[in-house]
Write a new protein. Structure first.
Length: 199
């Protein structure tokens, strides 16, 4: 059992170093938002497309690293609790880089695909509104938690699920996507909220 723990620790250090190298490769934080870059320099569109490809490649590398780490885990660990524990560990520590990369991909796609039809609400526009990054609407801490604005509280109970792009409050039970959130906070209709998120 001790040897498994030593091998697993070595595997985690290797994975962490690999993820750090991937994250540091030419991905510095821009001084301007992507939307602002496109307004100032329309010729920035090809650069954003290249960035999108780079982030997609980075996300695929991270997915493969996590998959390899899990495969090695399943080969070496047999009891259910340890498997559950390490799966949660991978999700928190290795999944964070993948989550950041996925967020960047979503933001760049959002910037590169502006709405072309004025006034019409199509399923594509609704889907884009549902994909609007919650981080641009609510300030979350590192654990993806925030104070719920729908009831008074002292400790964050509002949680973001980045995979589904939904928020859930464990205090009052509210469970919303970006459209529902805008409808509730801005007192808008569904169509108005979709337009709001697409502008």
């Amino acid at each position: 059992m001790f040897q498994i723990a030593v091998n697993f620790r070595h595997l985690l250090v290797e994975a962490n170093n690999s993820i750090t190298k991937i994250m540091d490769q030419n991905f510095s934080t821009p001084r301007y938002s992507n939307s602002r870059l496109l307004q100032i320099f329309p010729e920035a569109r090809p650069i954003l497309k290249k960035g999108l490809k780079d982030y997609a490649s980075q996300a695929e590398k991270l997915r493969k690293r996590i998959e390899i780490a899990l495969k090695k885990l399943y080969e070496k660990v047999t009891d259910e609790f340890s498997i559950w524990f390490y799966e949660q560990f991978f999700e928190v520590f290795l999944g964070e880089g993948l989550e950041r990369t996925t967020k960047k991909i979503r933001e760049i796609k959002w910037t590169l695909n502006p709405i072309k039809r004025e006034g019409q609400i199509t399923p594509e526009i609704i889907a884009r509104a549902k994909e609007y990054p919650f981080e641009n609407l609510i300030k979350f801490n590192r654990a993806k938690k925030a104070l719920c604005m729908f009831h008074d509280e002292k400790h964050p109970s509002l949680s973001l699920n980045p995979k589904t792009n939904r928020i859930k409050c464990f205090g009052c039970g509210i469970n919303l996507d970006p459209i529902g959130y805008i409808m509730e906070t801005q007192n808008l209709s569904f169509i108005e909220a979709v337009k709001y998120l697409n502008n």
